[in-house]
Write a protein that binds this ligand. Structure first.
Ligand code: SF4
Ligand code: FES
Length: 204
């Protein structure tokens, strides 16, 4: 496999052909934030927080580092002023959906994002798809899926599969950047397997 030389944040970086800019940056110790990336999963480009500035043959563009393949002589800027602005705006939009998510709050501090910039529409999910894709691509179970379209899009556990697979797995829980996955699962489980009426109530 060929070796590719590119520049990331003024540093010469050697990468293997087929790597993404994110992987090349990580191999050189350069930090790029991610919210929907996982090394075992195909790039999904849902959150776009990994957006970087890319100069290629005299043209400058913005694209997602987690999906963009390295090319000879690329010049990548991961912390330029426009990049910071884009990430700040994205965080403000995501914080409207998941205002209490610790991962978003930490990034908001770093990028000066205002969590009250947009009207709150808490869904507690930023649709990063980590849970859905991990369950499908790694576990091959499809116990958690996306349902509905547009603004009604959300995750849903399939009770019949979840009842068999999820209790002993839960590997998707720590992947969730908003931390809301566990409560969603617990709720689904409770709905699928309602506890028997308590004795105190039935005796009344
Ligand atoms: S529940 Fe969490 S992991 Fe799943 S899509 Fe939403 S934010 Fe991502
Ligand atoms: S981490 Fe690259 S788009 Fe989400």
């Amino acid at each position: 496999m060929g070796l590719i030389i590119l520049t990331i944040d003024d540093k010469e970086v050697k990468a293997k052909e087929g790597m993404t800019i994110l992987e090349a940056a990580q191999s050189a110790g350069i930090d790029i934030p991610t919210l929907c990336y996982h090394e075992k999963l195909k790039p999904y480009t849902a959150c776009r927080i990994c957006t970087v500035e890319i100069e290629n043959k005299g043209r400058t563009d913005f694209d997602t580092a987690c999906s963009y393949p390295v090319k000879e002589n690329l010049v990548v800027r991961t912390k330029s002023e426009p990049v910071i602005k884009i990430r700040k705006h994205l965080l403000e939009l995501m914080l409207a959906h998941a205002p209490d998510a610790e991962a978003l709050q930490n990034l908001a501090k770093e990028y000066g994002a205002d969590k009250n910039r947009f009207e709150k529409e808490p869904s507690f999910c930023i649709l990063c798809g980590l849970c859905v894709r991990y369950c499908a691509e790694v576990k091959k179970k499809n116990a958690v899926v996306f349902v509905n379209r547009g603004i009604r899009r959300e995750i849903n556990f399939i009770p019949e599969i979840a009842a068999k697979e999820c209790l002993n797995c839960k590997e998707c829980f720590p992947l969730c950047p908003t931390g809301a996955l566990q409560s969603a699962f617990v709720l689904t489980e409770a709905l699928a397997f309602p506890p028997p009426p308590s004795k105190a109530v039935s005796d009344e």
